[in-house]
Design a protein around this ligand. Structure first.
Ligand SMILES: Nc1ncnc2c1ncn2[C@@H]1O[C@H](COP(=O)(O)OP(=O)(O)O)[C@@H](O)[C@H]1O
Ligand SMILES: [Mg+2]
Length: 492
């Protein structure tokens, strides 16, 4: 008996001109939780599809449970116990939970009629395996995303899964749902199921995985135990770049006050005071519901304060709408870029220019197309959006690059005060570093930046000082000299 459940050797795979896998190896021991990490486009999903027989490799071999295959078929993969939880979960939305769970077994049984009792028994057995409480008669389309995922996992177990591969399973989950998923993974591990967990988030790797393989540009660059990993190593192997977060803050010097908030109260927060100076990056942190988001909305005219005052550049102002905020030189990059920020099917160019259209239209109502094009090209280059052409739709970009487009759009309005809500959630480590460096540079140009975030490392890396909010009040302010991860974690 082999101690490895899976051993992939020298797999090559091209799609037309794209050499997606350049001779990769991947070995997973029985019973472990193994992480496959790497930036967007490095070949993670492609190798999974090779292992499950969806893609035929150009060369190389896949060994499952000691048996070698040069070109495994989907049914051989299933027979060997491989089950994949895809990012879309592949559940049938118009069927009930019970039907989704039992359908494969029903089809496989070749009986002409299956009674409902049998369906229910199979479905119950499946959800019980992971202690998943769900209404078996509910339509799957009515369930939250996290539940669809658990249905897919239950279904995999019904098919006698020995190796469950989860492709970026946490992308669309809330923190609580991620926690529940991790408990289930631990539980599966105890039941002897091996897990391949695809992710590019280091905190998740630390929490749930035993060992890790990192891909970069279709090659595997590292395989080791998670206990041998650290942040710097992870960042380096993921991107091939060395990051020095220490250097981001060099040359920071703050000038005159650019935004002063006095005794400000609005629904969600109470009696907030602070002073943002030119050249400064101010962090605002706190848990969900602490009032941090409401505060940023009030500064952008999206929430009406009932008390207190806001002073911009020495003048007291009344920010009644986002248009007014923009006129005063204030920009807000919203928290959820996918729903609030971008028109995904529209071009990068259009997305960058959307807040500028008024300014660039002439009085006669004719738009200056050349100006729009130049402006957008300039930002794509300036901010380092990775794309061949700014005419491509935004949905062709990775998460990190989409976030850069949101930033570019607001920078195109040339704001003096830039407020960012959770600017790097779901963003690759390389793009995250780029965004942090960019924020620092913008501050050095004399702008004031506010970063609303609960990412402790981000706050430490990029902010000059951090205010911590709790139940609508500022409970602490940590100045530059005292700002470190341990200190900050205590308060958040
Ligand atoms: N079916 C396909 N046709 C053409 N190119 C593809 C196909 N699938 C993947 N690719 C390309 O292969 C590379 C690796 O993709 P993928 O395995 O999806 O990366 P990851 O899952 O790590 O983000 C990318 O450049 C991607 O554009
Ligand atoms: Mg993928």
């Amino acid at each position: 008996m082999s101690e490895n459940i899976l051993s992939v050797k020298g797999v090559h795979k091209s799609f037309g001109g794209v050499h997606a896998l350049k001779g990769v190896d991947l070995t997973i021991k029985k019973g472990e939780v193994h992480c496959l990490a790497g930036e967007n486009g490095c070949g993670k999903s492609t190798i999974i599809k090779v292992i499950s027989g969806v893609h035929k490799p150009d060369s190389g071999e896949v060994e499952l449970n000691g048996k070698k295959y040069t070109s495994i078929t989907p049914s051989e993969a299933i027979e060997a116990g491989v089950q994949i939880i895809y990012q879309d979960f592949s559940v049938f939305p118009n069927l009930t939970v019970m039907e989704n769970l039992a359908i494969n077994k029903a089809l496989a049984s070749k009986k002409k009629f299956i009674n409902k009792k049998e369906f229910r028994r199979i479905a119950e057995e499946a959800v019980n395996k992971i202690n998943f409480k769900v209404d078996l008669d509910a339509l799957v389309e009515d369930l939250p995303v996290a539940d669809k995922q658990l249905i897919a996992i239950s279904r995999a177990l019904l098919a006698d899964a020995k190796l469950i591969i989860m492709d970026e399973p946490t992308t669309t989950l809330t923190k609580t749902e991620v926690k529940r998923l991790f408990e289930i993974i631990e539980d599966l591990k105890e039941q002897g199921v091996t897990i391949l967990f695809v992710s590019h988030k280091l905190d998740e790797v630390y929490e749930i995985c035993d060992s890790i393989t990192i891909f970069r540009n279709g090659e595997n660059v590292l395989s080791c135990q998670v206990s041998e990993m650290d942040d710097e190593k992870f960042a380096y192997y993921m991107t091939g770049r060395k990051f020095d977060s220490q250097n981001i803050k060099q040359n920071a010097k703050a000038g005159d006050s650019i935004l002063e908030v006095k005794n400000l109260s609005a629904p969600g927060f109470d009696n907030v005071n602070f002073n943002l100076r030119k050249g400064e990056v101010l962090g605002i942190s706190g848990q969900l519901g602490s009032g941090r988001t409401e505060l940023s909305l009030a500064l952008f005219g999206l929430l009406k304060p009932y008390e207190g005052s806001i002073v911009v550049d020495g003048k007291e102002v009344n920010i009644t709408s986002p248009a007014k905020a923009q006129e005063l030189g204030i920009a807000l990059v919203p928290e959820d870029r996918l729903t609030e920020g971008l028109f995904l099917s529209q071009s990068i160019k259009r997305n960058i220019n959307v807040t500028k259209l008024d300014e660039l239209s002439s009085k006669l109502g004719v738009m200056n197309i050349t100006a729009l094009t130049d402006e957008s090209k300039g930002w794509v280059k300036n901010i380092g959006v990775k794309t061949k052409d700014h005419e491509y739709p935004v949905q062709t970009l990775s998460g990190g690059n989409q976030q850069k487009v949101v930033l570019a759009r607001w920078l195109a309005t040339n704001p003096n005060v830039l407020i960012l809500n959770a600017p790097t959630v779901g963003v690759d480590i390389g793009a995250k570093h780029d965004i942090h460096t960019l924020l620092r540079n913008l501050a050095n140009e004399g702008r004031g930046i506010i970063v609303v975030s609960d990412d402790v490392k981000e706050l430490v890396d990029v902010c000059d000082r951090v205010m911590v909010m709790q139940q609508g009040k500022i409970i602490n302010e940590i100045a530059s000299g005292d700002l470190n991860a341990d200190m900050l974690s205590q308060y958040i």
